[in-house]
Design a protein around this ligand. Structure first.
Ligand SMILES: [Mg+2]
Length: 368
């Protein structure tokens, strides 16, 4: 029972409209798809959606990393994921999104080999995962209109991007809150855009608008700054850019710097390490969210399976594929219904068809 062949594909997926956060604007994502084929007729899909800003990865570094680890994985057992991850870490440090592509494909293989959906094999805690939808940065008025549109589409939670100008950010949330019913959850994400003083001041003003939590208000590297914001903020603080690995999670918990952690498979190196972060946080009585970078429905479906499996993943921001115009998965994967993502009961991730015109030919093949 071994990995026989690994195929690598590069895809470009365009957004429906430019996606704007405090750190910049994206119009498309260049992602890397991995297909792991075993010697017993089972294969699995994985994906890397690199972020230069967050993990210092690009499509080029993804390919370079896969060139190092891909050939060495041939012949390894796809079910011994702990051993496979250990091998990847021994070959190359960092590069979590490249490793995630492999890890995600292995978890698809795991489910297909057992003929069970991956989420059930990993714990099977819940059958559906409530996701928010992200509102990218525009003028406060336009964002209020986008909020109404999203609620009409059925979304019950909004993740609002802020972190540009604190005064305007308060106006954004005020207008959004006035435009949607109180039962709609509103969470915000500053993407490190505020200083410590700005964050404390803005969060004190924002508290009355019933904010669930704020993601990464300040600089990811400034743990003491984050701890200060946490101490003075009436709104719960969630780490995103500050936490990549299980070790990062432990360090922030020890520093009393956060109330919650946003896990992303592209930061953690895949599901294997994401589970460790969720469990460390659970032991500290700290809920987690599962977020995303720019994944297609392949990477998002893997994240839905992780979230459905894991009790402590209590919030989800799994919407990137909804915001993309190009749909890579043409059949199967986690569907969206009334703000919920449903992993389904097909084996593995249940992804049965990809759009061949987007996928094209593999750019790399390891093994035979
Ligand atoms: Mg974030």
């Amino acid at each position: 029972m071994g990995i026989q062949r690994i195929e690598v594909y590069e895809v470009t997926l365009r957004y429906k409209e430019p996606f704007v956060i405090s750190a910049g604007t994206s119009t498309e994502n260049r992602n890397t798809l991995v297909k792991i084929i075993t010697d017993y007729d089972v294969f699995g899909w994985g994906e890397a959606s690199p972020s230069k800003r967050v993990t210092n990865e690009t499509p080029e570094t993804i390919l370079k990393t896969l060139d190092k680890i891909g050939p060495r994985l041939i012949g390894m057992c796809p079910l011994r994921i702990a051993q496979d991850v250990d091998l990847m870490d021994a070959i190359v440090a960092h590069n979590p999104s490249a490793k995630a592509a492999i890890d995600l494909a292995l978890h698809d293989v795991l489910g297909k080999t057992a003929r069970k959906p991956t989420w059930r094999l990993l714990g099977g805690f819940r059958e559906r995962v409530l996701t928010d939808i992200t509102l990218s940065i525009k003028s406060p008025n336009e964002m209020a209109k986008d909020a109404v549109k999203a609620v009409k589409m059925g979304f019950k939670a909004l993740k609002v991007k802020v972190g540009v100008n604190p005064k305007e950010d308060v106006e954004r949330i005020k207008l959004i809150r006035e435009a949607v019913e109180p039962k709609i959850a509103v969470r915000i994400d500053a993407n490190q855009g505020w200083t410590v003083t700005q964050a404390i001041d803005a969060l004190k003003k924002l508290d009355k608008f019933h904010i669930e939590f704020v993601e990464q208000p300040t600089d990811a590297k400034n743990t003491r700054g984050l701890a200060k914001v946490r101490k003075e903020s009436p709104v719960s603080i969630m780490a995103d850019e500050s936490v990549h690995s299980p070790a990062d999670a432990l360090q922030l918990i020890k520093a009393n710097a956060v109330d919650m952690i946003n896990i992303k498979l592209m930061k953690s190196g895949g599901i294997h390490n994401a589970r460790k972060i969720a469990h460390i946080a659970e032991a500290a009585n700290m809920p987690c969210m599962i977020g995303c970078m720019g994944e297609s429905t392949v990477g998002i479906t893997a994240a839905v399976h992780f979230a459905a499996a894991t009790k402590n993943v209590q919030y989800a921001d799994l919407d990137c594929d909804i915001l993309l115009a190009d749909k890579l998965v043409s059949k199967g994967g986690a569907v969206v219904k009334d703000s919920e993502r449903i992993p389904g009961d097909e084996a593995g991730y249940g992804i049965t068809e990809l759009d061949e015109t987007l996928l094209r030919k593999p750019v790399r093949v390891y093994g035979k």
